[in-house]
Design a protein. Structure first.
Length: 154
């Protein structure tokens, strides 16, 4: 996803518009090394979670599965290729999405005991989307991140 407008003249970089959009072509242009790095981080943490789960039980192993392994690889690549400001923006987005995941977990846990799995997961997904978007709207409204001056941060 990107928050960039069309590239500005000369620099080849876009300007931050605050709008979120999907750039499907960017996924196709992603270098194989970057894709392998992301999968490597994800696989490594999943294997660690499996080992921890086998040694200490599923509850402790599940905590390791919640670790955002791909985020670390992605932020590293974004910082290298697009600069630290873009990586910081992505980290903020991940934090806001995490609030939504908490809402998902709470709603799913409460509803799955008394309703069908489809209803519980549907409601939990709606809670995730609602909380994540509300958190984004609040941070946008209070101007979080707008205080940063555009600089060459590469």
């Amino acid at each position: 996803m990107s928050r960039l407008a069309k590239p500005s003249s000369g620099s080849g970089r876009g300007e931050n518009t605050g709008r979120v959009r999907v750039e499907w072509r960017a996924a196709v242009r992603t270098p194989r090394k970057d894709v392998l790095l992301r999968f490597g981080f994800g696989t490594g943490v999943s294997l660690l979670a499996a080992v921890v789960s086998a040694l200490f039980g599923p509850f402790v192993g599940g905590v390791f599965l919640a670790f955002p392994a791909i985020l670390l690889a992605s932020l590293t690549l974004v910082a290298e290729e697009e600069g630290i400001r873009r990586a910081r923006d992505d980290a903020r987005g991940a934090a806001l999405g995490t609030l939504g995941l908490w809402a998902f977990a709470v709603v799913a846990t409460v509803l799955v005991r008394h309703h069908s799995a489809w209803l519980a997961l549907g409601a939990a997904t709606a809670a995730w989307a609602g909380v994540s978007l509300a958190a984004y709207a609040v941070t946008w409204a209070v101007g979080l991140g707008r205080d940063e001056q555009p600089t060459s941060d590469r």
